[in-house]
Design a protein around this ligand. Structure first.
Ligand code: ADP
Ligand code: MG
Length: 704
């Protein structure tokens, strides 16, 4: 039935033709393929090999070396079933230049019988050292019929990501089939990039690139192909990155049709504020502030991301932006990811703005009803101009009088749709608020281009003067006593200390328990110290009290869960101990470490780990020891863990890259950006086609 249309006239194949169309694909296989993300012919073409095997040459047995993966042709000398620790089949083969043992742990009698003396075999496998000779364990093999020589492969053998029930052979056969269809039906994979991009960019045409990657010819540069740097692979990665970039740019362009309040530059209030600061702005803070002010003077809503390393002073930049809006009578909402951080901002902004007669108001989901009603009335009437809180700021019942700016602090876990939704929520009279987003940690360039292309980016790329880099060591928790002694010494010299007990189990109770146990133990080891404990189970008011005591130095040692991870600012703290550091990701470790080194004193970070360390954990701790540079750490993080750690799983899931690798393909960034400009300016009709191809028909991104 499904193939009747292919009789006689050519069926109208296209990228979205279901795989069911292919010979040999029934409902069951189609479902299995679906598990690999393969639904259509295009999906199959973009299901690329993980690696390649070279079966284009036969290696004489005498030339085999340990570690080689190769094809050999040989004659069976002897086949026997032996029982050592377990039952196994050993097959001794030779070819006149040397000998080899084939070893099978899983086999049946028919197989053993077929491997009779004198039979000729073609095998492929990895050469390892066996007890008596070189061996291949479970090689792929074929028995050759006498007088019927088998030609060697004329292309490298692709190894595809497979799954239970869809074996390599099947995937190879299917991709062969669809590549053949592509010969006669180029419309399955139309070229979407304009000729000047292909010619000047030195990019091969799409169909050619796809064919090459699936079936690299003899002599193809295997090493390049293995690491994904071959021009054919880069061509595909390029188009995929371009699709993601374009989709966000397009969303942004659509959003730009909406309008925002025009906010003039206010000098007087800002001067007054600057005069009361105990320090001068860094050049980077000045530059970024100027960029923001320019945006605010525009009737297109600002969508700006401020990125910078931990401790570079992003809060102050936010404060200047807020003040500039408030000077003209507008409202500003500042949203933080946790209550703790929101409370800290409340304190900072109260300290800064109350003297100017502009005290901020606090809004939380958990505040007493009467107090909340009061706050809501003040917000609605416009009596208060600055509102600080968590996402409770944007609940249904919150109505703003003249909201001109939304500041989102440390929000690197938001996706584009959340950003847009927030803007809609703050809208009034057809006017959208400006949006300023502050990241917690720097973002590598490829990631920014792919996940934040809807935003303008400013970088506070300079730390305030007088900071000394934090000295970092990794210490086995067997040496806990030494670390306790360091805590004592630091507190004795008037400094303060954090002792962080990160999440071990995915349970707040257990985490709280771990922190409480640690606090108890430290209290008995250090009876002379004033020790506080803060964790997620405390009520906001309790947390606030503990934090306030730590800030005022009434507490010397603060035992905490990772609630203090982001943003907390106590410059006198100069030592941080992180328990179970081996379990944390780089971004999180860097965030935590950023809580010290905020004053002029030399600061230290002790990463306590529990031996033995895994390879990956050892690498992370080494990176932390080697550098304090957040940009470098972010780059390594991307390399070691992929975008999930940096973006949050939800947003990383939105990215869902099939071919491009954000860490490997960083060099494509400038090209992708130029290509996007070109398409937007000269080939707008191509954009939605490219986006659909890579992000899918139903993707919300694709609605461009
Ligand atoms: P982050 O960028 O990590 O959010 P913060 O805004 O918390 O950093 O600033 C870190 C610390 O640096 C704060 O104590 C802040 O008061 C201080 N700070 C900010 N700007 C300057 C500056 N220009 N000179 C000196 N200290 C500054
Ligand atoms: Mg901050």
């Amino acid at each position: 039935m499904k193939r009747s249309s292919s009789l006689g006239r050519a069926p109208a194949l296209h990228a979205g033709t279901p795989v069911r169309f292919l010979r040999g694909v029934g409902p069951q296989l189609a479902e299995k393929l679906g598990q690999l993300g393969i639904h259509t012919l295009a999906d199959l073409l973009f299901h690329l090999p993980l690696r390649y095997e070279d079966r284009t040459q036969l290696t004489p047995l005498g030339a085999l070396q340990i570690g080689m993966r190769t094809a050999v042709e040989c004659k069976v000398e002897l086949t026997e079933v032996v029982i050592r620790h377990r039952r196994m089949l050993l097959c001794r083969v030779s070819d006149g230049t040397g000998a080899l043992t084939l070893r099978f742990f899983y086999f049946n009698q028919a197989q053993a019988d077929a491997l009779a003396r004198g039979v000729t075999l073609r095998c492929y496998g990895e050469v390892i050292r066996g007890p008596a000779s070189l061996e291949m364990v479970h090689p792929e093999y074929r028995i050759l019929e006498p007088g019927r020589p088998l030609p060697v492969d004329d292309a490298l053998t692709p190894i595809y990501p497979a799954t239970q029930g869809v074996a390599q052979q099947k995937l190879r056969a299917l991709s062969t089939q669809v590549l053949q269809l592509l010969d006669n039906s180029p419309q399955i994979l139309p070229e979407l990039l304009p000729p000047e991009l292909l010619d000047h960019g030195g990019l091969p045409p799409l169909a050619e690139a796809v064919r090459y990657v699936h079936r690299p010819p003899v002599g193809a540069p295997v090493n390049e192909l293995m690491v994904g740097s071959h021009p054919s692979q880069q061509r595909l990665a390029f188009e995929e990155l371009l699709a993601h970039h374009l989709s966000l740019r397009q969303l942004r362009l659509n959003a730009d049709h909406s309008r925002a309040w025009l906010i003039p530059r206010s000098t007087q209030l800002l001067e007054q504020f600057r005069a009361q600061l105990p320090f001068k702005l860094t050049a980077a803070q000045q530059r970024v502030t100027a960029e923001i002010f320019r945006d605010l003077e525009n009737s297109t809503p600002m969508m700006r991301l401020v990125q910078g390393d931990v401790g570079c002073g992003k809060t102050l930049v936010a404060a200047l932006a807020a003040l500039n809006c408030m000077a003209s009578g507008f409202q500003v909402a500042l949203m933080a990811p946790t209550e703790l951080l929101a409370e800290q901002h409340l304190q900072t902004f109260t300290h800064w703005f109350a003297p100017l007669g502009l005290p901020p108001v606090w809004l939380s989901g958990r505040m007493p009803a009467a107090q909340r009603r009061h706050a809501l009335a003040d917000i609605q009437s416009g009596r208060v101009q600055m509102i600080i809180g968590t996402h409770a700021l944007f609940q249904q019942d919150v109505e703003f009088a003249r909201l001109a700016l939304v500041i989102i602090d440390e929000q690197h876990r938001f996706g584009v749709h959340q950003r847009l939704a927030l803007r809609e929520k703050g809208a009034a009279d057809d006017l959208r608020p400006h949006q300023l987003i502050m990241t917690a940690t720097p973002i590598p360039r490829t990631l920014a281009m792919t996940a934040y292309a809807d935003l303008d980016v400013s970088a506070v790329d300079e730390l305030p003067p007088g900071r000394t880099p934090v000295k970092t060591v990794a210490v086995s928790d067997a040496r806990r006593a030494e670390v306790v002694a360091r805590v004592r010494a630091a507190c004795r010299s008037g400094r303060q200390v954090y002792w962080v007990c990160p999440l071990i189990e995915e349970s707040e109770d257990l985490q709280y328990q771990a922190a409480e146990d640690t606090a108890t133990r430290l209290a008995s080891a250090l009876p002379e110290l004033r020790i506080g404990l803060v964790h997620g189970r405390l009520r906001p008011a309790q947390k606030e009290t503990v934090m306030a005591h730590f800030k005022s130095a009434a507490l010397q040692l603060l035992v905490a869960t990772t609630v203090i991870e982001v943003g907390v600012d106590v410059p006198n703290a100069s030592l941080m101990v992180i328990e179970n550091a081996e379990r944390l990701g780089l971004a999180q470790l860097h965030q935590l470490r950023g809580r010290v080194g905020r004053g002029a004193a030399e600061s230290n970070c002790v990463m306590l780990y529990h031996a033995p360390l895994s390879q990956a954990a050892r690498k992370r701790l080494e990176v932390m020891r080697a550098t304090n540079d957040g940009f470098e750490i972010a780059r390594r993080d991307l390399e070691l863990r992929g975008p999930g750690e940096l973006l949050g799983t939800r947003q990383a899931g939105e990215l869902n890259l099939r071919i491009a690798d954000l860490s490997r393909d960083a060099a494509l960034v400038p090209k992708v950006q130029q290509a996007a400009q070109l398409l937007l300016a000269r080939y707008p009709a191509q954009i939605s086609l490219i986006v659909r191809r890579w992000l899918g028909e139903n993707s919300r991104y694709a609605r461009v």
